[in-house]
Design a protein around this ligand. Structure first.
Ligand code: HSE
Length: 436
């Protein structure tokens, strides 16, 4: 059986998972790959995590792995975009195939990497970069290749899903749950990326590029974080039959493409609403299949290793057969990727959950609703919450029907200026996600 030599760069949570699963399932992986996949060189700065053996070389400098003539595939698990980019480019120029879990790098510099890989006739695979162990890249690029994708809505950041789930089920405070997510190793090295939308936007950029054959791009993705959400909004949403989830949405509209990451109310009847804890799920709606849901662990050692090893096996199968006709990283030739108009957030049309703090006196509500009517907002539900005795202001919750965000904002600005309205309105988008 042919031996495929792996150079593993980074022996952190994911790297160690790859090493462990490759060893535990060595026989079945080899049988499926048609070759013996063997880690022969590890690049790691943590000397205590493993010892050099006769068959495994350890280097403190990861570039030695990229330049090792015995290595066939370099697995990049060091993260970040600076050294990781140089490492991957060096490995490609040394004619190594690449497997990476680095969403930031693929989202920001994927096209440069793929171009270089094409020139050197090597493969770059990145299944683990989006939604950890869920094979969503393969599903979009291969399983759904016949379909025109209408829209995708995904819970693609486990940390924020864990935070929202705990806030909803146990009424815990945001900061307290974030600390637990950090301790459990779900959060990024910089946890602000999990809660400000950076991590989810990078993953969405990759999914959207494959689904819509558009360039990888993060700067055109609208991002809104979860730090401003209040437990009472999650409670009110629940009373109205909705869950609050942190979604990445990519949607093809006649006027352009919507790319956005933000918290959203979704109906309890939508399958995504039951995706709790640190789990991920992506709901894909396309023309031939209709809706399908991809659900599983989006982070963690062995779930992510599952995707890394799937890429290793794919590449190994190609090496032992032929590179011709292989699947391209973004599904089509780089030269066939076309820029399409990305809609600004004011151009999107959706429904909204609004919470106002209003003076509890006659006529206040009708003023606000007539401002909404002026810009064409149709109200689907409105409720006034009871406040404790002695409190003059009450929470008023409005659920709107579909309206352009531009028009919604105009109305909100006017309502916020009323003397009888206190502070800023809470605005959360509401997505019906009809699963046709
Ligand atoms: N911090 C990420 C998350 C890890 O919480 O989803 C996986 O990309």
């Amino acid at each position: 059986m042919k031996i495929i030599n792996i150079g593993l760069c980074g022996l952190g949570t994911v790297g160690y998972g790859v090493y462990t699963v490759l060893r535990r399932n060595a026989d079945l992986i080899s049988a499926r790959a048609g070759s013996n996949i063997s880690v022969t060189h590890i690049g790691t700065r943590s000397s205590h995590s493993c010892r050099e053996t006769e068959s495994v070389k350890i280097s403190g400098n990861v570039f030695q792995v990229a330049e090792d003539p015995n290595v066939d595939i370099v697995v990049e698990l060091i993260g970040g975009t600076a050294v990781a980019f140089d490492l991957i480019m060096t490995a490609i120029r040394n004619r190594k195939h690449i497997v990476t879990a680095n969403k930031a790098l693929i989202a920001e510099r994927g096209q440069e990497i793929f171009f270089e890989a094409e020139k050197n006739q090597v493969v770059v695979a990145f299944e683990a970069a989006v939604a950890g162990g869920i094979p969503i890249i393969k599903a979009l690029r291969e399983g759904l290749v016949a379909n025109d994708v209408n829209w995708m809505a995904g819970i693609i950041n486990g940390t924020s899903n864990f935070i929202l789930s705990e806030m909803a089920s146990k009424k815990r405070e945001f900061q307290d749950v974030l600390e637990e997510a950090k301790e459990k190793g779900y959060a990024e090295a910089d946890p602000s990326f999990d809660i400000d939308g950076t991590d989810a936007a990078q993953k969405l950029a990759i999914l959207a590029s494959i689904a819509f054959s558009i360039p990888l791009q993060t700067k055109n993705i609208f991002k809104d974080g979860i730090t401003h959400l209040q437990p009472r909004d999650i409670t009110y949403a629940s009373e109205l039959g909705y869950a609050v989830k942190y979604l990445g949405i990519a949607s093809q509209k006649p006027t352009g493409i919507e790319l956005r990451v933000h918290p959203a109310l979704i109906p309890r009847s939508c399958l995504l609403s039951g995706v709790d804890d640190v789990l991920n799920a992506i709901l894909v709606n396309c023309d031939a299949l209709g809706s399908s849901l991809f659900y599983g662990r989006g982070a963690g050692s062995e779930p992510t290793a599952s995707s890394v090893i799937a890429d290793l096996v794919d590449i190994s199968r190609n090496i032992t057969t032929t590179n011709e006709g292989g699947v391209r990283p973004l599904g089509i030739k780089l030269t066939d990727i076309k820029d399409k108009k990305i809609l600004s957030i004011e151009q999107i049309e959706t429904c909204y959950y609004l919470r106002f703090s209003m003076h509890d006196m006659p006529g206040v509500l009708s003023k606000a609703t007539s401002i909404m009517a002026e810009v064409g907002i149709s109200i689907e539900a409105i409720i006034q919450k009871e406040q404790p005795v002695g409190v003059d202001y009450v929470d008023v919750i409005v659920i709107t029907n579909t309206i352009a965000e531009l028009h919604l904002n105009k109305a909100i600005r006017k309502i916020e200026q009323l003397d009888t309205v206190q502070g800023d309105a809470m605005i959360i988008r509401l997505e019906r996600l009809d699963q046709v």
